[in-house]
Ligand binder design. Structure first.
Ligand code: AHG
Ligand code: MN
Ligand code: MN
Length: 316
């Protein structure tokens, strides 16, 4: 869309932006309905945080309840929405039917990513994938849109329906207003966000991280995939990685619920997302909760990882 002057930008809310992007009407309505759940989940987070009630902190079971109640909020919003046949969630063993079964879309969710961070008042998020066919065919074939909501000092929502990646801020009136259009990553950045214990890293991954450190990258890691990746998108560069570990070659993050949507959004912003070698969106899932190593961010850092993991580069 042609460059919008700041003066008009403030009046472009989510619905108007999607209309201007010529997004198919049912998909526009679905993205809107899911964005609205961000408000309900945010109030759930407020409600459940025992600090507000003057208690010590949020207990394990409560934190779990928050994951579940966030999942329930999304499911209820999708039920009988008219656009969604099935719903798959990180919080559920299997995919469930939420419509007649003939609707256009299938929705995947990590309803609350980073819930263990609630008691520390760090930012957390919701990750959504919108698919037009079976979610077991691979992101390139099935994903038509993706979005995530970040619950931080502001509530922001980033979406793409295949025509760029765009950020909205939830304003005081409860409207999602365009804050950044066509987010575009530089070829490289200066922050690295690295998960997993150093002692569990493979030699190749350790060499890769050391190389980034030799180049002066700044460490930014909160333990929340959504805010950690959001920082890289908004700062226009850098890399997030949760690698294969010596005792766990698939790493920690989930291919369908976390990695595919974030890979879609990052590629739409001119970045890359691989498992160290293969594009995330090219990988055909074998199981619903399949985990996968991840290197995601600007091209320089993700391509560099491949040379280290292929053993073509070392830091001797
Ligand atoms: P979730 O809360 O949905 O289970 O996700 C937590 C994930 C992800 O948000 C983050 O990148 C990773 O866990 C952090 O793992 P470590 O605690 O091992 O660093
Ligand atoms: Mn998660
Ligand atoms: Mn989660």
């Amino acid at each position: 869309m042609e460059n919008i002057s700041d003066a008009t930008r403030q009046f472009i809310d989510l619905r108007r932006h999607m209309w201007m992007e010529n997004i198919e009407v049912d998909l526009r309505r679905l993205i809107w309905q899911i964005a609205v759940t961000g408000k309900y989940i945010s109030s759930k987070i407020q409600e459940s945080n025992r600090k507000l009630a003057g208690f010590e902190n949020i207990y394990g079971e409560e934190q779990l309840a928050l994951d579940r109640s966030s999942d329930e909020i999304i499911k209820r919003q999708l039920e009988f929405s008219g656009f969604v046949s099935h719903y798959a969630s990180e919080e559920r063993e299997s995919i469930i039917q939420v419509g007649t079964g003939n609707e256009k879309y299938i929705v995947t969710a990590d309803p609350l990513d980073g819930s263990s961070l609630v008691e520390t008042n760090l930012a957390i998020g919701t990750i959504i994938g919108i698919h037009s066919e079976s979610i077991m065919t691979g992101g390139d074939k099935s994903l038509v849109a993706a979005m995530y909501i970040t619950y931080g000092p502001l509530i922001t929502m980033i979406y793409s329906a295949g025509n760029g990646t765009h950020e909205f801020v939830l304003n005081r009136e409860g409207e999602y207003v365009l804050s950044e259009e066509d987010i575009t990553l530089e070829e490289r950045g200066y922050i690295y966000s690295i998960g997993g214990l150093r002692r569990d890293w493979t030699r190749e991954h350790l060499d890769y991280v050391r190389d980034l450190e030799n180049e002066g990258y700044k460490l930014r890691y909160s333990g929340g995939f959504v805010p950690d990746l959001n920082q890289i998108l908004i700062k226009k560069g850098g890399v997030f990685t949760y690698p294969a570990l010596k005792n766990n070659p698939n790493g920690k993050l989930r291919l369908i619920f976390e990695l595919q949507p974030m890979a879609f959004l990052t590629e739409q912003a001119g970045g890359m997302a691989t498992d160290g070698r293969r594009r995330i969106l090219s990988i055909q899932p074998e199981t619903l909760d399949q985990r996968c190593p991840i290197y995601i961010g600007s091209t320089y850092e993700v391509e560099k990882a491949k040379t280290f993991l292929d053993g073509k580069t070392t830091t001797i």
